[in-house]
Design a protein around this ligand. Sequence first.
Ligand code: GLN
Length: 262
Amino acid sequence: MSDETRPRRSIRIVTLYDDVMNVYADRGNVIALRARAAEHGVDAEVTPVSLGDPLPAETDLVLIGGGQDREQRRIAEDLAAHGPRLRGWADEGVAMLAICGGYQLFGQFYRDASGAELPGAGVFDVTTVAPGPGWPRCIGDMVVTSTLPGVGEVAGFENHGGRTYLGPTAQPFAMVDYGYGNNGDDGTEGARRDEAIGTYLHGSLLPKNPALLDHLIAAALRHREGPDSAPLASIPAPYAERAHATAVKVAKRRSRRVSRTS
Ligand code: GLN
């Protein structure tokens, strides 16, 4: 079957509150997904969902970016109300990428710097608490090693006051090599369950981490097409690889190294 006659593959993407939660240009993640999907011959249909909007009946990939406490207070109740549907989507293998403030609100709750406890969507078994005034924020370039097969080293930038702790059923998205990660203490970064990923890595993250970008596209295709979904072809990403190498070099020069015994 020639390329022209082969039916185009497609994925459906929901972006949550990207008019509010877009600190550090996290909207770059959906731009990277559209572009890379097209390189793979996959059409991406994007549905923005913001305050007061209903979720669509189905999707294959959910994105939410980061935001300061003020923005998080604006969306927390609306997002928490979507919690049962989002948890159901995660259970059925919808791919998800939640960044920083969005990651915090995909957990059980986020107690912000003012002490207000914001309800989470409960996708991840994590809790986040912003320590009192005077505590340093976790700011800087980060390099982590993902626990996801085939993803490996991931680089980005973090800026958060909240410290996140994994609950008994949570798995880390990665282990920190340079930077702070979830809490600057236990060496974990982010969380994952099924095909959902939460992480503190801004950047934007996906334009400079092609292995993670392809991982998310493949997961969205598996949800859309079923377990027999054809694997993605290996397509070079020279610019993304150069951006990745630069981000890693900067982090290794500027950020604290986390030594791991195991
Ligand atoms: N407001 C949250 C914190 O300070 C998240 C910040 C962000 O999304 N960059 O921890």
